[in-house]
Design a protein around this ligand. Structure first.
Ligand code: CU
Length: 495
């Protein structure tokens, strides 16, 4: 099941098989409900990941990074995961809350020199697959430990770290996600499923028509594994294969006639872009999405679209209404294009729910940035160095801990980024969202934290380095590229 649309480069074959006992392969040949799996139809209703909610302003949770045995799309697998499941628990809290997250690493032991101690070549070669840490993708929180510091490592075979995130009161309410982010093992771990949904609640959630909608989390992942159900080879990650939602292959999402649901969709793939569309077989009818938020950032007004493009790392909050009963398909996944089957049931017992369309509450942090506010402009370039030891670069250098760019707090910058390669490189920056000026396939003015970045194109955006000092990174969210060097640190300092 390999394809070539995302077969973006070939790597020297490296295999890391030592010490990996585990579940043997079971070629079932049958889908979970007895259909031959070649039909690509599992028939199971979509199951939500377990939800943990904040109480009195506090959410305390424990996340265990471990090897897990479970079944994915008919195959028994043995993969790196959180708490033994294909997808992490959903963490549901309000702007203004505190989240305390204890991460324990129970992956098998391996020696590790430290993220910043490896030699440059080693640092930018995939390695340390059992070393982990935590990143809260898109959250506007401090990058300093014990908050969102991705330069610290939690060592395998029992290491532990207590993260603490203080969510600002005016944090944009929407959908975010958490995932592993140790440079060298990010792609391996995220691909294998080490991610979970984050829900930040705020004013948007109080609009009556939105509040009334049943919520569904759609964590879309692209686990990769060999015939034994394991993934110990970095090059395996480059293959195309199935797309999963919440650890299920082609599950059924049911909507009653007249019902409105709110879907929180996360592209938690390590690299695959999705073009999501809900349509009937033969594409005769399409069910529109009403977009509330891109990357957790509420739009000024809802927007109705037929198709949603999501690169790895993007999230979208949408309303979906069941109009005409029938069977639809959520398409736009990887090699096997259907991600889910959507059944609109001929049952209007819950009545005709209004589909909200109109303005959404504004968030101060997302006030548009006029040119007059910009204090500094940068041009930068994403590149690729060919050769035996191929590297992905930012301004001609693969990642190093030694040269963070210093940026004074409260700077407002305009970045003009050029993709000087033949590969797409979804651009992602931590801590602060940015407002798109041009490029990236979104409307100018949209606030994002991850942006499509096609080959030989430019993206331009403005961003405020507000609220938080400390060191964090921007990088390519094709996490294979990140592990191979396409990352740069910035350090926001007191002015
Ligand atoms: Cu890239």
């Amino acid at each position: 099941m390999t394809n070539d649309h995302n077969n973006q480069f070939s790597l020297p074959r490296r295999r890391f098989l030592q010490g990996m006992g585990g579940a043997g392969a079971t070629a079932l040949g049958l889908g979970a409900c007895g259909f031959p799996s070649t039909f690509g139809y599992s028939g199971q209703d979509l199951v939500q990941p377990p939800v943990e909610k904040s109480k009195d302003g506090l959410l305390q949770t424990k996340v265990v990074a471990q090897m897990g045995s479970f079944n994915l799309g008919g195959q028994d697998v043995y993969l790196r995961c959180y708490n033994g499941r294909p997808v992490g628990n959903t963490l549901d809290f309000h702007a203004g809350d505190t989240v305390k997250l204890q991460l324990t690493n129970k992956l098998p032991f391996e020696p590790f020199a430290g993220i910043c101690k490896a030699l440059p070549d080693e640092a930018n070669t995939p390695h340390g697959f059992n070393v982990t840490n935590m990143h809260v993708h898109g959250l506007h929180v401090s990058p300093k430990a014990p908050s969102d510091d991705i330069l610290l490592a939690v060592l395998p075979a029992g290491g532990s770290y207590n993260y603490e995130y203080h969510i600002p009161k005016d944090h944009p309410p929407g959908t975010y996600f958490y995932h592993a982010h140790v440079h060298g093992s990010t792609a391996m771990q995220v691909s294998s499923g080490m991610s979970g949904c984050l829900i930040v609640r705020g004013a948007v959630d109080e609009i009556p028509e939105i509040k009334a909608a049943k919520e569904q989390v759609l964590m879309i992942q692209t686990q990769r594994f060999d015939k034994q159900g394991q993934c110990e080879s970095f090059s395996l990650l480059n293959n195309g294969d199935k797309t999963y939602i919440n650890g299920q292959y082609n599950p059924v999402i049911r909507i009653k006639k007249g019902e409105v649901q709110r879907w929180r969709i996360v592209n938690a793939s390590h690299m695959v872009p999705f073009d999501l569309q809900i349509q009937t077989y033969r594409y005769t009818t399409t069910l529109p999405f009403t977009v509330l938020c891109y990357d957790g950032n509420p739009l000024p007004n809802t927007k109705e679209v037929e198709k949603i493009r999501m690169v790895a790392g993007n999230r979208v909050d949408v309303l979906v209404k069941g109009f005409d009963p029938g069977t639809y398909f959520l398409t736009g996944g990887d090699s096997a294009g259907t991600i889910a089957t959507v059944i609109i049931e001929d049952d209007d017992s819950d009545g005709d729910m209004p589909l909200y369309a109109g303005p959404l509450p504004t968030v101060p942090e997302l006030t548009p940035i006029p040119e007059s506010e910009v204090t500094y402009g940068r041009r930068l370039e994403f590149g690729f160095v060919y050769g035996e030891n191929a590297k992905f670069t930012v301004n001609n250098k693969p990642f190093s801990c030694d040269d963070p760019w210093e940026i004074p707090l409260n700077s407002v910058e305009e970045w003009d980024v050029y993709n000087h390669t033949a590969y797409p490189h979804p651009f992602h920056i931590h801590v602060n969202p940015f407002q798109v000026i041009s490029g990236g396939g979104v409307d100018p003015g949209t606030w994002m934290d991850t942006l499509e970045f096609p080959p030989f194109e430019r993206i331009k955006f403005r961003t405020r380095f507000s609220t938080f000092t400390g060191e964090f990174v921007f990088h390519c969210h094709n996490l294979m590229h990140e592990d191979m060097g396409m990352m740069q640190a910035v350090k926001v300092v007191d002015a």
